[in-house]
Design a protein around this ligand. Structure first.
Ligand code: 8IG
Length: 272
């Protein structure tokens, strides 16, 4: 089997020649809700189905179709990843990290990870965007598990002290002072948490809960990219309010927020 780094380089080469882009500056992985908003960044100059690229898997989540969009924002070449894959679809940690590794192999030095998540803080309800300050990885896996990275790549024992770049967070909070920061707790899902698990996450210092982002962040940091995480709170986490959680409510919250998420991305990209 091809190692994940070679596979990402192959995918990046295919993407770069298909889109006519020598190198990308940054990539944005679009979570639910964010995808609809991303058109605010401008019309893509190229679009490709991920299934035509090495190492990508079809997604099994409705509303998460796999496409890579290339868009020019100011002087930056931005790669939009629509259709990430998740552990809960049965994919491996390496599969989950593949789009981010591909973007970095195609030149991206900053990775923006967006997601929809559950919110623990009762003052930050559905529709609130939170900048990820740090994470707690409860997936019990890592994209760096397995064979050591080949020569020329960093050690798998990677330092995560500054995982969510202090510099990028400061730039974003400077550009959009109404944003606040939170700690994202990554679960495997696909079930939502029990109220007791949310109590645990709260005790640990978490303020957001989700099923993505953490593995991609680790893989990106390992490859030397700067990581920014942006979470749309789509529901209160279990037990925070009396309401039951439903996937359709979550999708509706994303649809509702789409326009403002797009505006936010348009404000953020220039300062990255
Ligand atoms: I949207 O409440 C969304 N994604 N783990 N818990 C977890 N993931 C989520 C949630 C949630 N809401």
């Amino acid at each position: 089997m091809t190692n994940p780094y070679t596979l990402a380089t192959q995918a990046a080469d295919t993407l770069r020649s298909a889109s006519g882009t020598d190198h990308y500056d940054l990539a944005i992985v679009l979570g639910s809700g964010w995808k609809e908003g991303a058109s605010a960044l401008g019309a893509p100059y190229h679009e490709i189905a991920t299934t035509t690229l090495p190492g990508f898997h079809p997604t099994t989540v409705p509303g998460h179709e796999g496409r890579l969009l290339s868009v020019r924002v100011g002087d930056k070449h931005v790669l939009l990843v629509a259709g990430r894959v998740h552990l809960y679809e049965g994919h491996s940690a390496a599969d989950v990290a593949h789009p981010v590794r591909t973007a970095i192999a195609a030149g991206a030095t900053s990775i923006v990870l967006t997601n929809a998540c559950g919110g623990i803080d009762p003052t930050k309800g559905p529709g609130t965007v939170v900048v990820i300050k740090d994470h707690i990885n409860l997936t019990a896996t890592s994209p760096l598990e397995g064979a050591a990275p080949p020569d020329g790549f960093g050690s798998r024992f990677v330092d995560l002290t500054d995982l969510y770049s202090r510099r990028l967070r400061a730039n974003v909070l400077g550009a959009v002072p109404t944003l606040s920061e939170g700690v994202y707790v990554g679960f495997r899902g696909p079930h939502y948490e029990t109220p007791a698990e949310i109590t645990m996450a709260t005790t640990m210092g978490g303020t957001l809960v989700g099923m993505s982002t953490v593995l991609e962040a680790i893989a990106a940091r390992h490859l030397g990219a700067e990581v920014l995480g942006l979470s749309l709170v789509s529901n209160f986490a279990a037990g925070v309010t009396q309401e039951a959680l439903s996937h359709s409510d979550v999708l509706a919250a994303g649809q509702e927020a789409a326009a403002s998420l797009g505006q936010l991305l348009a404000q953020v990209v220039p300062v990255l």
